[in-house]
Write a protein that binds this ligand. Sequence first.
Ligand code: NAP
Length: 260
Amino acid sequence: MIDLDTPRMFDLSGRVAIVTGAGSGIGQCIALGFAQMGADVACLDRRTDGGVQATLDMIAATGRRAIGLAADVTDPEAMNRAVAETESQLGPLSIALNAAGIANANPAEEMGVDQYQTLMDINLKGVFLSCQAEARAMIRNGGGSIINIASMSGVIVNRGLMQAHYNASKAGVIHMSKSLAMEWVDRNIRVNSISPGYTATPMNTRPEMVHQTREFESQTPMQRMASVQEMVGPAVFLASQASSYCTGVDLLVDGGFCCW
Ligand code: NAP
């Protein structure tokens, strides 16, 4: 007999998760997905008066507990407080998914230092500070799973998009995740990243992107953009025991984009 219970491998019952960027797009949908799989979820975003309230309402309908946290991921003290609040209200943290991020574009020769620095602060330093606060709790708790949302832009250069800073930030997230995975491998903390391809979210409806949607679709082997729902399965996999031997992995979820 083989001792195997495959459905239970994906179960997140009794687990406590924190999701950054939980008020919109990919983070919002994954926060709901974690709750549907049984986790209680702390939903962190810059503000809690907008999209986070909708996330909390959707999670409440699943019967799981959820709290909203207003914090800026670039502020280390705010991130430490957010993790402390999560644990005092929901219990010991063992899952973290870091989706907070921004995107914008500008030709490199015209990009101001402020535009470069603000994006790097949120997309790279913000992920580091999130991981740091989350891992401090997980080290105390005996382990956990951290998942960082990178991008296929950390692997390829998007044709026609002038976003050197964004692409560099995402390459940084992928390699930082691998580095943290190795630092914490003996603390029972797994660190992986998910690299989405073009995904239909508010990030992709910003003005300079509108005319490019068709091009995104035609450049993608599957001939369409991803829906946010399609990021949930990979996130549940990496959060759960189903991925117990995966650490330092970058999971491309890109409709085949990086094959071409
Ligand atoms: P989104 O809908 O704009 O959601 C991002 C969320 O992060 C927003 O609620 C945003 O709040 C929040 N956020 C931004 N800066 C923050 C900060 N300093 N502190 C706390 N929260 C902050 O974007 P998305 O498309 O879901 O993107 C989620 C992640 O996936 C990002 O890391 C993005 O780079 C990555 N990604 C997206 C795509 C895609 O095609 N959409 C593809 C690959 C990777 P505000 O609205 O207040 O800024």
